[in-house]
Design a protein around this ligand. Structure first.
Ligand code: SF4
Ligand code: MG
Length: 328
């Protein structure tokens, strides 16, 4: 399969009065054509900043922002594009949906108008044609009585309906890549399953690729072809979903998988990894997971492990898989 998106050595840093926050630090991964890649990790690990960096939505201020690396999309380095070129690409070739659809929709425009807008701008459709297409899109995302919905305002719809509308807007121009940042986190389980199902159907019908950000391993199991695990701005493990679920190598991935609820199996209390993601301002040369890791060795506290192969198409950054003893 051909690469659609190739992120190489991407770093996004923010300079604050207290120091530099390396929100994303030297990460590389690919999304192939027609593939779903899930970026997984607890909140504050750099998943959303990675997505925003790809979409060109990180505000560069002074030396803050994307400070290194490249983002190739369909052969072109997005970091070299002008604001206008990026805007054309967004909505056309790549689009994004967020956890809170309400924050992306305009409260004073009808659903119909908001659906028609990208079609008029990017597809150059006339008013009538755009409205007709908007109507079709509403039915496509499984909403009944589309004509009535066309004239509704966002506040009149439920969270699940709004997320369907966001998806309709996101797919309206036939993007090659859909980036979804926790798209079902705010929804109840039944609606969540319907939305994921819908994304899978669209992907199958259109050969679109999906980059899905989630902290939910259940969602990963449902959706992913390939999984990238992030921790404190770094990739700590990656691999094909079957391999990674069957044999997670990094203690962080092992912890995440232990915290996943098992269907049909009542658990008294869900396991959660003890401790928390380190303060980005207090990171020192080490494995950033060391103070939460039950396998921590001396080397882990003073040296950062490199991401290296631990199987076929599976990589992990952990001293357990390196000849660590030579460094101690
Ligand atoms: Fe644990 Fe060390 Fe591996 Fe980090 S490098 S995950 S501290 S064993
Ligand atoms: Mg996030």
């Amino acid at each position: 399969m051909q690469d659609l998106l190739r992120v190489e050595h991407l770093s996004t840093h923010f300079h604050t009065d207290e120091g530099t926050v390396k929100a994303v630090d030297d990460i590389s991964f690919r999304v192939k054509k027609g593939e779903t890649v899930c970026i997984v990790g607890e909140s504050g690990c750099g998943k959303s900043i990675t997505a925003m960096s790809i979409m060109g939505l990180v505000q560069a201020q002074g030396s803050s922002g994307v400070v290194g690396g490249s983002i190739h999309f369909g052969g072109e380095n997005l970091l070299g594009l002008s604001r206008n070129e990026l805007r054309t690409l967004r909505g056309n070739e790549m689009s994004m949906i967020f956890q809170e659809p309400m924050s992306s929709l305009n409260p004073v425009m009808t659903i119909g108008e908001q659906l028609a807008e990208p079609l008029r701008i990017h597809r150059k459709l006339g008013k009538k044609a755009a409205a007709k297409q908007a109507l079709e899109l509403i039915s496509q995302v499984g909403i009944s009585r589309p004509a009535q919905i066309m004239n509704s305002y966002p506040h009149e719809l439920s969270g699940g309906m709004l997320q369907r509308i966001m998806i309709a807007i996101a797919i309206s121009c036939g993007p090659k890549l859909l980036i979804a940042d926790e798209p079902t986190t705010a929804l109840d389980v039944t609606i969540q399953a319907q939305i994921l199902d819908m994304l899978r159907t669209f992907k199958a019908e259109s050969d679109m690729s999906i980059m899905l950000i989630t902290h939910d391993l259940g969602v990963v199991a449902e959706m992913a072809d390939y999984v990238v695990v992030m921790y404190a701005g770094k990739i700590v493990e990656e691999g094909e979903v079957e391999a990674l679920f069957a044999d997670p190598k990094h203690p962080y991935t092992q912890g995440l998988l232990r915290s996943k609820p098992v269907l049909g199996q009542l658990q008294e209390e869900l396991y959660s990894i003890p401790g928390q993601v380190p303060d980005p301002l207090e990171l020192t040369e080490s494995c950033y997971f060391h103070d939460r890791c039950e396998f921590c060795m001396e080397v882990c506290k003073v040296r950062e492990p490199a991401l290296s192969s631990v199987g076929e198409r599976q990589k992990a950054a952990c001293w357990l898989y390196e000849e660590a003893s030579v460094y101690v």
